[in-house]
Design a protein around this ligand. Structure first.
Ligand code: ADP
Ligand code: ADP
Length: 210
């Protein structure tokens, strides 16, 4: 299954994409994770993307489109994938349509207030990317990844002014994708407000996954 999951910052895309990826046995492809890995590995792409990411701005389409095309060409993505964080502009969606046929698009919605609250408590594993929340999804041992025991981090761009910028950008540039995929008959709206397991159940039900 070739799926896109999109929604505002903190709606739970990464969390749900991980569950879907394990269930469907297809890779979870997160554009944000790829950029962060590139920055950590000090590649040319990482160097070019870093300033935009630190400021909460979108990385320019030409760089982002090429990066995702390269990733989708890798053999593990042939049978399907969960695309998280891409596309974020109509130009990115059009570029994607030229290289692959997407089956379904999940739009997970929550309010901006909820986004801010969730991102304030988000912690992530710098090694395997597992996402936690201090209150809603805490690790078993404080500040330590359940899977690999690495010390959890707060993402550098999860500060209130940068979150507000990213949310404004979402409403301006990414929300128009709703209409774009509605016209293609692929959009499924998911209420992102209930607890994590309930959102998963709604997604599985809507996709017909048992
Ligand atoms: P969030 O959605 O919470 O902002 P992500 O982890 O998805 O975080 O992305 C982090 C940053 O990486 C974004 O703020 C943006 O700068 C950049 N980025 C990720 N995906 C894209 C994309 N599709 N287009 C442009 N920039 C992107
Ligand atoms: P996104 O990828 O959309 O930015 P994440 O999956 O990183 O969102 O989730 C943002 C934060 O909210 C994380 O700390 C995560 O543990 C928490 N979270 C995710 N889904 C829910 C939910 N349904 N209820 C409460 N907290 C959630």
């Amino acid at each position: 299954m070739k799926l896109i999951i999109f929604g505002p910052q903190g709606s739970g895309k990464g969390t749900q994409a991980e569950v879907l990826s394990a269930k469907l046995k297809v890779p979870h492809i997160s554009s944000g994770d790829i950029f962060r890995n590139q920055i950590q590995s000090q590649t040319e792409l990482g160097r070019l993307a870093k300033d935009y990411i630190d400021q909460g701005k979108l990385v320019p389409d030409d760089l982002t489109i090429k990066m995702i095309k390269d990733r989708l060409e890798q053999s593990d993505a042939g049978a399907g994938f969960i695309l998280d964080g891409y596309p974020r502009t109509i130009a990115q969606a059009e570029a994607l349509d030229r290289v692959v046929n997407i089956d379904q698009v999940l739009e997970v919605w929550i309010s901006d207030e909820e986004s801010l609250m969730r991102l304030g408590g988000r912690r992530s594993c710098p090694v395997d990317g597992t996402i936690y929340h201090l209150k809603f999804n805490p690790p078993k041992v404080q500040n330590q990844c359940d899977k690999c025991q690495a010390t959890l981090i707060i993402r550098q761009d999860d500060t209130e002014p940068v979150i507000n910028k990213r949310l404004a950008q979402y409403h301006q540039q990414t929300e128009p994708l709703k209409k774009y995929y509605q016209l293609q008959g692929k959009l499924m709206a998911i209420d992102g407000r209930p607890p994590i397991a309930d959102v998963t159940t709604e997604i599985f039900n809507k996709l017909g996954i048992i």
